[in-house]
Design a binder for this molecule. Structure first.
Ligand code: NAG
Ligand code: NAG
Ligand code: NAG
Ligand code: NAG
Ligand code: NAG
Length: 266
């Protein structure tokens, strides 16, 4: 009797502690997300720079600037020629988005949102509305990364974007299907599960929600990509597009948008 009271109080403390923890840092479903860190790869959490200053200090180099390549916005920085993460910075030198490129030789023909560039296929994500020819959106003075996730879905225009809902509640009735939740990862969502028969035509994006707020996403690719930023396994019972159970190769890269992803509890 006494033990059960103690246990249930402990449970209540843990549950409200977890909610308090998430709300206090970044993930309160009442507000837009307050993302503050950028890191890639589950269990490695490689931190990525948020400003050009920091990027240059850490060995990132400007590869292309705003005007050179018309399909995306931002100044593109790359580190050690590794195209698996290319960072986009705005004219105020703050991070605007992230691109992932994989060698063309790895893949078959890829539909949008993949964009072919030289000898690579590229995916592009923005953390806020990129600059367009029509308007210049000056960034808010806060240090945040941004509070939107937009996936570029055009090879010619910077303006065709897939807007990802930042609140889990907005996914109801959408093309996104709830998957499993994993400690240190969060709850995963997959796109258009029932309609995917061929992994090559799939939207290669999955989403991560913690405390009902978007705080990460990732790429899921039916190829073996030999790069430490990718992981190559799935969990036995995850709800993923069926075609993945039959692909011989699989690579996932997780992108975390706030600090302490290890505290992405379920
Ligand atoms: C493609 O080639 C152009 C011209 O050399 C270069 O500026 C650009 O960075 C290259 N793109 C990638 C993804 O390497
Ligand atoms: C991306 O654009 C293509 C071509 O316009 C379209 O068929 C597809 O539905 C778009 N993808 C998403 C997820 O909106
Ligand atoms: C999946 O296919 C069904 C039937 O063709 C269609 O109604 C539905 O909109 C599709 N889902 C998405 C997310 O495109
Ligand atoms: C996996 O899913 C099946 C069917 O939904 C269920 O019966 C089984 O208990 C699950 N296994 C685990 C380890 O979650
Ligand atoms: C995967 O392979 C199994 C057995 O080879 C087959 O029964 C199943 O239909 C395949 N699933 C898909 C989605 O191709």
């Amino acid at each position: 009797m006494k033990l059960s009271v103690i246990l249930s109080s402990l449970f209540l403390v843990l549950v409200s502690g977890r909610i308090y923890w998430h709300r206090s840092r970044n993930a309160d479903p009442m507000f837009s997300p307050r993302w503050d860190k950028l890191a890639v790869t589950w269990l490695r959490w490689e931190p990525l720079p948020l400003t050009v200053n920091d990027a240059v200090k850490k060995g990132w180099r400007l590869q292309d600037d705003y005007q050179e390549i018309p399909y995306f916005s931002g100044n593109r920085y790359v580190r050690r020629r590794d195209k698996t993460v290319m960072l986009l910075f705005d004219e105020d030198n703050r991070v605007l988005g992230l691109q992932t490129g994989i060698p063309k030789s790895n893949v078959e023909f890829k539909p949008l949102p993949w964009v072919k560039e030289n000898d690579s296929f590229i995916l592009t994500a923005y953390f806020r509305q990129p600059r367009t020819s029509k308007e210049y959106l000056s960034p808010s003075p806060s240090k945040n990364i941004g509070d939107q996730l937009l996936i570029l879905n055009s090879s010619t225009s910077t303006e065709k974007l897939i807007q990802i809902p930042t609140k889990e509640s907005e996914l109801v009735g959408s093309g996104w299907t709830e998957g499993q939740c994993f400690y240190t990862m969060g709850k995963l969502y997959w796109y258009d599960l029932s309609n995917v028969s061929d992994c090559n035509s799939l939207l290669p994006v999955f989403l991560i929600y913690t405390n009902e707020v978007l705080n990460g996403f990732g790429w899921i690719l039916p190829y073996k990509i030999d790069n430490a930023r990718f992981v190559h396994y799935l969990f036995r019972n995850d709800t993923i597009p069926n075609c993945f159970w039959n692909t011989s190769h699989l690579s996932l890269m997780h992108v975390f948008l706030d600090s302490h992803p290890v505290m992405n509890l379920c």
